[in-house]
Design a protein around this ligand. Structure first.
Ligand SMILES: [Zn+2]
Length: 462
């Protein structure tokens, strides 16, 4: 069993907000943390196969991204081709999201996922919740990436995904991937059932998704109450509103994760708290579409809110900074985030959102060894160095480029910014090739006036 000693840490954040050690150390045995404490003490007690000197570094728990679409970097190139600003979520889906989804060929899936995983890894994310197509390829990429990954294959009934004969076929693919990959790589890879949104899946299908999740004891996730326009349209069809309807359909519970959750009234927030459902707050994309979740209120009411990026081109430092800024421009009665709360949402709260709170989110003996270090030498962003202020500086000033070392499940994946297990240039070259191919397809379709998406039924249909 491999052992690792991270010693002489200038600072070590064991848990948040203020469990901060100076000259700390962590000893890892296999894939778990065996001890956390003062460096002289741990050096005396343990010998390790791998020793990392962190005298000019900060050691902390790996970041947890509670919502991403890891393999969709090609989608975000379409923002560069917009000829008018996006007007809201429906417009973004029509012009950006669905054309990109409906293109993804099976052969591209693994390569696109690997680019996203590599980007996350380099910016300190050690666990990610990943919504993507091609559940089998996503499982293989998750194993090879070295990250802790919760795959949530995208399921939708309103449009036809690439090479799909229909939603039953997609659900069967998800089930096959759960059987094959759930718990793979020593439990590092898990699955969750993911109907894309309650308004783009038929009701019978949402019930099938709940049945599948229950059958395998896995969680369920969906995009819920993301925008004002969507919630208004939903209420025209379902007067009880999206959230109450999700509850009635059996979607809410302690293993349920709802992305965005921006448009919640007080009763709906209470329903999240009562059922133990978690929310994944994604301020970068919410800002782009003009929505803000009532996070201070949700936290005050006991709702668990994890932080997510929703975008493979972002990272958790972007998301933390966006969260710290976004809530300051809310109406006064909705404000109230402490400066380091986004960091809690990016670690312990995101871990709970993925039902992984017993394994990750803090550096404690017995937990899985998911650890990152931040470079403090020549790093003016986190300077001056004051223990009580560090967590705030990480939240509002930190960047992915500050991350020096990354350990996931007891494996050193990045050492002083060098990836030890992935061929960075080769992964980037393949993702570039697929993105070029996607854009050539996209331009040709637009030029010929051909549809980019095959709709099966209108949205907001029971
Ligand atoms: Zn999303």
């Amino acid at each position: 069993m491999q052992t690792i000693l991270i010693k002489n840490a200038r600072y070590l954040i064991a848990s948040l907000p203020f469990d901060i050690l100076e000259n700390g150390a962590v000893f890892v045995e296999g894939n778990r943390i065996k001890a956390v404490g003062s460096s002289p003490d741990l050096e005396r007690r343990y010998e390790a196969d791998v020793v990392i000197d962190a005298s000019d570094k900060l050691v902390m728990p790996g970041l947890v991204d509670a919502h991403n679409h890891v393999g969709e970097c090609h989608m975000f190139t379409l923002f560069g081709f917009l000829d008018s600003p996006l007007t809201g979520i429906g417009d973004a889906l029509d012009r950006i999201v669905w054309p990109a989804w409906c293109w993804i060929p099976q052969e591209a899936a693994y390569d696109l996922e690997m680019l996203g995983f590599m980007h996350l890894l380099k910016s300190g994310t050690t666990t990610v919740q990943d919504c993507f197509m091609w559940p089998d390829e996503a499982g293989r990429a998750a194993v090879d990436s070295g990250l802790r990954v919760e795959n949530a294959p995208t399921l939708v009934t309103s449009l036809r995904l690439k090479d799909s004969s229909g939603p039953e076929d997609d659900l069967a693919r998800t089930e096959a991937a759960i059987q094959k990959w759930h718990g793979a790589a020593n439990g590092r890879v898990t699955y969750r059932v993911h109907p894309s949104a309650t308004y783009n899946c038929h009701e019978w299908f949402l019930k099938e998704c709940v049945n599948l999740a229950n059958q395998y004891g896995v969680g369920i996730a969906t995009h819920l109450a993301e925008s004002v326009d969507e919630s208004r349209r939903a209420r025209e069809v379902w007067p009880q509103g999206e959230v109450r309807r999700a509850y009635e359909l059996g979607l809410m519970g302690p293993k349920s994760l709802f992305f965005h959750s921006c448009v919640l009234d007080d009763d709906e927030i209470a329903l999240y708290a009562e059922t133990g459902s978690s929310a994944a707050h994604c301020p970068p994309t919410n800002s782009m579409l003009g929505n803000v979740a009532r996070v201070p209120k949700m936290l005050a009411e006991g709702v668990n809110v994890g932080l997510g990026t929703d975008m493979p081109t972002h990272d958790m430092f972007n998301a933390m900074r966006a969260a710290s800024q976004q809530h300051a421009i809310m109406p006064r009665e909705h404000r109230g985030l402490l400066p380091w709360t986004p960091l809690e949402m990016a670690t312990v709260k995101a871990a709970r959102a993925l039902n992984l709170q017993d394994d990750i989110g803090t550096l404690e003996p017995g937990k899985k060894a998911d650890i990152i270090t931040l470079d403090l030498a020549r790093n003016t962003r986190l300077f001056p160095l004051i223990p009580e202020v560090l967590v705030t500086f990480i939240t509002v000033n930190g960047t992915g480029a500050d991350v020096a070392d990354v350990i996931v499940d007891g494996e050193v994946l990045m050492r002083d910014r060098e990836l030890l297990h992935l061929d960075e240039q080769a992964i980037m070259a393949r993702a570039q090739m697929w993105t070029d191919e996607f854009l050539a397809y996209y331009r040709a379709k637009v030029e010929r006036g051909e549809p980019l998406v095959e709709h099966i039924h209108d949205e907001f249909q029971p």
